[in-house]
Write a protein that binds this ligand. Sequence first.
Ligand code: SF4
Length: 379
Amino acid sequence: MRAITRFFGGPPRRVSSHIKRLRAEGEAAFRRSLHLAPPFLLDDYTPRYMGLSSTEAAKKRSKAYAHLRNCNLCPRLCGVNRYETTGMCLIGDKVKVNVIAPHFGEEPCVQGHNGSGSVFFSMCNLRCVFCQNHDISHQRNGQDLTPEELGDWQVFYFVLFIKLQEVGKVHNINLITPEHVVPQVALSILHARDNGLTLPIIYNTSAYDSLASLELLDGLVDIYLPDFKLWSPASSKRLLKADDYAATARESIKAMHAQVGDLCFTPDGIAKKGLLVRHLVMPGFEAEGAEIMKFLATEVSKDCFVNIMEQYHPDAYVGRPKARAKQSAADKSDDATERRYAEINRAVTKEEISSVRKAAEEAGLWRFCDPPGHNGFNL
Ligand code: SF4
């Protein structure tokens, strides 16, 4: 701005509107060309849970226990007492944790140099037929932990929240597939806070969350990292086993953005607060991807930080042979149609990925998680 003012030798009256316009254009161009510039740059950051008063924390604890006794916390609305039984997610009052460790498979701004302190929860409230994590999300494998154990020191050979911070020097605590264990997660964050945790919390979700669960998490989560998988009820029903997925994800993502805003970084390039939306491009579903991009730009924010992911591969139930009993006599050849979910039994093409990216740009989105164009660290 100083350069513009200097060039014109100070703003005389008759050109002041011209200068104002140039100034506005200059500011917009500058702002839209850097992730690490105001308003997305934070001098420093203190996690939101550090600001909760003891009364607010007590209210959250009491709400979390109430939800566990009558669980309608996710859109499945099971209404069960999780101290006595389980609902659709098959998880009771204790969480089942598959892995807790520093993780280097996340976005560069999340994993940084030391990794993201990831907690992979077993099971899920969706049943995505192509789940790229199905060995964890579809199977009850792992260690049962109370919320206090989850937020506490080491239990057996697992490294827990505080250990991740002190030993792993990770940049954040990354709760992966937590939609069905929100009360336990809320309790564990409060317990860890009382024991010295100071890292930002990432809620890494399918976006199949209820507004009640997001309300419980308000003030506890710093970064919401939702997927937005599919747009239409028909494809959500077939591929995710939840026809209300897209409607739920739309409301959830808007509520997440209302809590934490757009993604912000500290000067080291590490994300500290805000919304980061992932979309895994699916083969043949680029039109749904385009709808998702339009929604993000028009109903969430044009400054929404988006990761358009290209690593889809057939997994879980996709491509498995159909049960012979279900095949018609005419459907017994060994071709692709004999495979389950044959329409997504292939990798995604470059054209499909480009088409979603083009739709995102045309909608006005501009903050993408692109691979680095250099050999250094990607900010
Ligand atoms: S969290 Fe589990 S028990 Fe609760 S409503 Fe969802 S699926 Fe049902």
